[in-house]
Design a protein around this ligand. Structure first.
Ligand code: ZN
Length: 152
């Protein structure tokens, strides 16, 4: 079921999300499906749980035709090298409802540990677009929006 995407300045988008109990992932499978459907329906590269009103530490990414769920993700390594590129967000729109874009500096490469939707522990070394999307979505779990990081 697709869900409504909360838009800035909804206060739910600004809350720090809580860790998920990995033993209780079964109860969240429907929510994960809803996140995937909502992301695909809106042509998003990623969607974090708070964007559909759930302040828990999970996001989904669409990458190279793969759907990847990140649960309790943690970045364990960040490159010194950074890169500035344009980003947009399904939750950041103008008064007409159109997505706002802006240039954001991010670490070029990151390592991230997380659990997938089955509760398996995973580790990924990400660069390029994947690295950027993970950093963007992880920010959502801490109540941070990309507009907070836009270069003046
Ligand atoms: Zn976003």
């Amino acid at each position: 079921m697709t869900r409504e995407i909360l838009k800035n300045p909804n206060p739910i988008l600004r809350k720090k999300s809580t860790e998920i109990d990995i033993d209780k992932l079964e109860e969240l499978q429907q929510l994960f499906l809803d996140m995937e459907e909502t992301m695909m329906e809106n042509d998003g590269a990623g969607l974090a749980a708070p964007q559909i009103g759930e302040n828990i530490r999970a996001f989904v990414i669409s990458h190279d035709k793969d759907i990847m769920f990140f649960i309790n993700p943690q970045i364990t390594k960040r490159s010194w090298a950074k890169k500035t590129e344009e980003e947009g967000c399904l939750s950041v729109v103008d008064e007409k409802g159109d997505i706002i874009y802006g240039k954001v500096e991010r670490h070029r490469n990151i390592n991230c540990v997380y659990y997938n939707e089955k509760g398996e522990k995973k580790k990924i070394a990400a660069d390029k677009m994947l690295s950027r999307v993970i950093q963007h979505e992880l920010d959502h779990l801490d109540g941070v929006l990309f507009i907070d990081r836009i270069k003046k």
